[in-house]
Design a protein around this ligand. Sequence first.
Ligand SMILES: C[S@@+](CC[C@H](N)C(=O)[O-])C[C@H]1O[C@@H](n2cnc3c(N)ncnc32)[C@H](O)[C@@H]1O
Length: 191
Amino acid sequence: MEDEVLTEIPVRYNRIKDDTERLSFQMNSDLFTGSLLKTLVASKKSSRILELGTGGGLATSWILDGMDQQAKLLTIENNAALWEIAKEQLTDPRIEFLLVDGYKWLKDYQGEKFDLIFADAMPGKYDLFEETIHLLKAGGFYVIDDMLPQPNWPPGHAEKADAFIKILESRRDLILTKLKWSTGIIIAVKK
Ligand SMILES: C[S@@+](CC[C@H](N)C(=O)[O-])C[C@H]1O[C@@H](n2cnc3c(N)ncnc32)[C@H](O)[C@@H]1O
């Protein structure tokens, strides 16, 4: 098996990659993470999906490709230039692009819970984790990437990642799989 062979890359993928590279943005999710997200999203019908940290929309483009016509995606970003790229490239009535601070949004949100949360920013992952997992439905997926050492990790981040993994492992309400694949993925399902 060759896992590098990825089929059906989202049509907007290369445009988003070029546009974000022009901004010197180096935190794009990779192809493997995108493909996994698409697969997980496709398992949920009429789903509600939350992405924390849209970036320029690379993972968003994969998530969109896994969604059925009834699914809805709410994706959150605080950088206006990246938000513009994602919004422009991925115009679709099933996606709501919010330009807000994820910390504030997580503290204020009172709406419906989600079937899948891709937590790809500090809020939702290393910060406000309790608030985030509260927003996941039973049977829902919580997905994070970048859990293996990355070249752009600042000093002290490895310790932070280890401590967060221990928190996840200690949770009795989550079923966890850790994958030493892609950039290091953890998939948790809420009991
Ligand atoms: C790892 S990148 C996301 C990459 C993106 N998911 C992709 O597929 O390319 C993290 C993103 O979170 C955003 N971010 C950081 N802090 C934030 C905050 N407080 N609220 C909202 N977004 C935030 C950053 O601007 C950045 O675009």
